[in-house]
Design a protein around this ligand. Structure first.
Ligand SMILES: O=C(O)CCC(=O)C(=O)O
Ligand SMILES: [Fe+2]
Length: 784
């Protein structure tokens, strides 16, 4: 570092940041990644003395630069790649600034953005990053990959623990601030289970080599990052043979594992992994288990042996081994590890090791933890206050075609500019004096909030090139291609609601008799309310986020699905825990059909259990997170919506009836007595599709400007209520027309309708809001 300073490469501008824990103040610290854990409480005595170093360069990138980089991409949400990530098979959501690898077909819009980004990134690279990296790592050569990543609500939230194997030196710049914009973020880990988050602030930069195990987990809020990979060559050819050879030969298990991952042949990889696993390194045991499971080199797949290694890895504290252990267990390998059928509450506790949260909070562990762990958690800032207001823009409505001309001045928020456009409606940017070229379908709202005199104008754009295939649909839907105004009906505007949880509420569902309501929340609880008295009947607890809670068709059971990877079924009279099922990753959704329960999880599995026997009846693998699942009313079909963009429909035998791939994630599925709906999200194809089952034929398409986060049929199947960024909209299924719009001034997560037309939405502010066409709203007791 002294060398760099001597060269005068601007190091003086790296300040000691007060927000970083003291051990990072020097800009340069080593994290001791010893086999026994950093501070020796988790695993057996050290067999390795591997030290992975990393540097945190505080404020390497300025606030203005970071904001400018984000701004260039924030208004182009669909320019991000949605390829599947090699590490964790999730959709990547990355924007490649430059890459030595295969380039995508030339796209002029992306190229222009790339060029704009490079104008910001190249001076930073040249003047600040390269001098540091080259001084610190003399063998480092060219930057062979540079990209922006985003971790948004409802998109990618994690980047599983990994080593940057193709990279000689990696540089990650945080474009947002931990504790303010998001919680969690970039973590480092030993491979023995501990994960420690580095509280990076906007512009803070991590420099590390490929021996640092790390990952990303954004628990709340949104995070963007800029990541670069340096190679040890100038032409971006990687030289696999030379790294960590000596250390591996000296029998260091960490080096052996790293060596395995860059080995030239599968056999070589197998041997190194085997040695490292036998030496007791939990991360190697996990990888070796995977090699055995898949059958590497000339070795035939050996699931029982794989299961045994996963189990050793898990017991060694490697949290990532749980998913694999579960999956092998589920494959029916009783005898090696407890089968899922026998995972009942008592055993389950042992089955799941401490979660990340528990590791961080556990006082006995914190005692000996370094400063990084002891850092107080900064409460999350309200997202709304961090939004910057956009300049006033002139909105022009109407076109020569329909002869309507309306002029209005409007101050849209960042959100609202995203895809506003439409036939004859576009934004005129007063500052740049240009017309925004987004011509997607739009829907906008005029009138002051809270006046109850709100009117909604819904428009679509038949002429838009992006959605030309939708044009025929529009013609059959009178009233949607011209402007229509709808007064709000029912008992008026959506109010402030009632506080029932401390954290965001993820789902709300009425009991079939309409007398009770259940909620699921990020505060780790699910609650059941009696709607006649307004009183809380029951609160159940998972400690971790509960994504979904719902009643069985007879109202006798309640199911909860949680981030803690479990699904629990309660009896609603005595509140006994009837069943508990485990998944490898968070469970997002569940659906009852008589004695059957379907569950959808981030581990990529849709599973069906028999509640009578506790046995698994079916299991369907998806390529990515399963977000939503639903049985048809008579139980004949089961639908799933997944992050791999597929809608799948299965019959009672578990056979696939049909599947359909969309351009975006399938966020929600639901059945009415007649049809199936699915909500999918991309700009080109945003919409709610209503399909006939089993033919799979499309009977209706409801398009709207804002992403459909969730959608459901009304109890009579004649309407669809859906949640977008702007609130709740109600559509008529037969015509596709918008019937009602209920704007919310808060982020809504889900909405349910009772048979009398009462709607209840649940939101990020922990509140429930009642509205709709029912005669009156129930009065719930707020939490104290
Ligand atoms: O987004 C980040 O902060 C890091 C991502 C990462 O680790 C990677 O791309 O390899
Ligand atoms: Fe990485």
């Amino acid at each position: 570092e002294l060398d760099v300073r001597a060269r005068g490469q601007g190091l003086s501008r790296w300040r000691t940041a007060p927000h970083l824990p003291s051990f990072l103040d020097t800009h340069e610290e080593e994290l001791r990644l010893q086999q026994g854990g950093w501070w020796g409480w988790l695993a057996p005595p050290p067999q390795a003395a591997w030290r992975a170093k990393f540097n945190v360069l505080a404020s390497l990138v300025t606030e203005e630069e970071a904001v400018a980089m984000k701004r260039l991409l924030e208004d182009a949400p669909d320019d991000f790649d949605e390829d599947i990530d090699g590490v964790d098979k999730m959709i990547t959501y990355e924007f490649i600034i430059s890459s030595a690898g295969a380039q995508k077909a030339h796209d002029p819009v992306r190229s222009a953005r790339r060029a704009q980004l490079r104008r910001i990134t190249e001076p930073i690279l040249r003047e600040r990053i390269q001098p540091f990296v080259w001084a610190r790592y003399p063998k480092a050569g060219a930057v062979c990959h540079s990209m922006i990543r985003r971790y948004l609500e409802r998109e990618r939230r994690t980047h599983d623990t990994h080593w940057d194997i193709p990279s000689y030196v990696s540089v990650v710049v945080s474009l947002d601030s931990s504790g303010q914009d998001f919680e969690g973020g970039f973590f480092v880990t030993t491979g023995n289970g501990e994960k420690s988050f580095i509280p990076l602030q906007r512009g803070d930069t991590v420099v590390h080599q490929s021996d640092l195990l790390h990952g990303v987990h954004v628990r709340h809020g949104e995070r963007w990052s800029w990541a670069m990979w340096f190679q040890d060559s100038w032409d971006c050819s990687s030289r696999a043979e030379s790294w960590w050879q000596q250390e591996a030969e000296a029998r260091d298990p960490v080096a052996q594992t790293l060596r395995a991952m860059r080995a030239a042949t599968q056999q070589e990889s197998y041997s190194w992994l085997q040695e490292a696993a036998q030496a007791g390194f939990p991360r190697a045991q996990l990888y070796f288990g995977k090699a055995l499971e898949d059958g590497l080199a000339h070795h035939a797949p050996d699931p029982p042996a794989a299961a045994a290694w996963f189990e050793r890895s898990r017991l060694g504290g490697e949290i990532d081994a749980c998913a694999s252990a579960e999956i092998v267990v589920e494959a029916g390998l009783e005898g090696h590890v407890p089968s899922v059928q026998t995972i009942r509450p008592q055993i389950y506790r042992k089955q799941v090791p401490p979660t990340i949260k528990e590791i961080e909070c556990s006082p006995s562990r914190q005692r000996s933890a370094p400063a990084l762990m002891g850092r107080p958690v900064v409460p999350r800032m309200e997202e709304a206050t961090s939004r910057t207001e956009m300049p006033v823009r002139r909105l022009q409505l109407g076109s020569a075609k329909n002869g309507v001309d309306v002029d209005a001045t409007w101050r849209p928020t960042v959100d609202e500019t995203m895809s506003v456009g439409g036939l004859g409606a576009f934004f005129w940017d007063e500052t740049r004096r240009e017309r925004a070229h987004d011509q997607g379908p739009c829907e906008l709202e005029l009138g002051a909030p809270g006046t109850g005199l709100r009117q909604v104008i819904a428009m679509v754009s038949p002429g838009s090139s992006e959605s030309s295939s939708m044009a025929d649909d529009q013609r059959n839907r009178p009233g949607r291609s011209t402007m229509d105004a709808f007064p709000v009906r029912g008992f008026g505007a959506v109010g402030q609601g009632v506080q029932v949880h401390r954290r965001p509420v993820r789902s709300v569902n009425f009991a079939p008799d309409g007398q009770r309501l259940c909620t699921a929340s990020e505060d780790g609880t699910a609650k059941v309310f009696d709607l006649s008295t307004g009183k809380l009947l029951k609160e159940v607890d998972h400690h971790n986020t509960i994504w979904w809670a719902d009643f069985s068709q007879d109202g006798q059971m309640l199911v909860t699905c949680s981030d803690d990877r479990s699904v629990r079924v309660y009896d609603c009279s005595r509140w006994e825990l009837l069943e508990m099922f485990g998944h490898g990753l968070p469970v997002k959704s569940a659906s009852f059909s008589g004695e059957r329960l379907a569950t959808a999880s981030g581990d990529g599995f849709l599973r069906v259990f028999d509640l009578d026997s506790g046995r698994e009846l079916a299991k369907h693998k998806h390529e990515s997170w399963v977000i939503s699942c639903r049985f048809a009313h008579d139980g004949t079909f089961l639908a799933s919506g997944a992050a791999d963009k597929w809608l799948r429909v299965f019959d009672e035998e578990g056979e696939l009836v049909f599947k359909h791939c969309f351009a975006g994630l399938v966020t929600c599925v639901d059945f009415s007595k007649e049809a199936l709906l699915c909500a999918t999200t991309t700009r080109q194809e945003d919409g709610i599709y209503v399909l006939d089952v089993p033919s799979g034929r499309r009977v209706q398409l409801i398009q709207q400007k804002a992403i459909a986060l969730s959608a459901r049929f009304s109890p009579d199947g004649e309407q669809i209520h859906c949640v977008s960024r702007h609130g709740v909209q109600v559509y008529e299924v037969s015509s596709g027309q918008l019937l009602e719009n209920y704007p919310h001034d808060v982020h809504v997560n889900y909405v349910s309708m009772r048979s009398d037309g009462l709607l209840c939405s649940c939101a990020d502010d922990g509140r429930l809001r009642f509205f709709g066409t029912a005669a009156a709203a129930p009065a719930l007791e707020p939490m104290n």
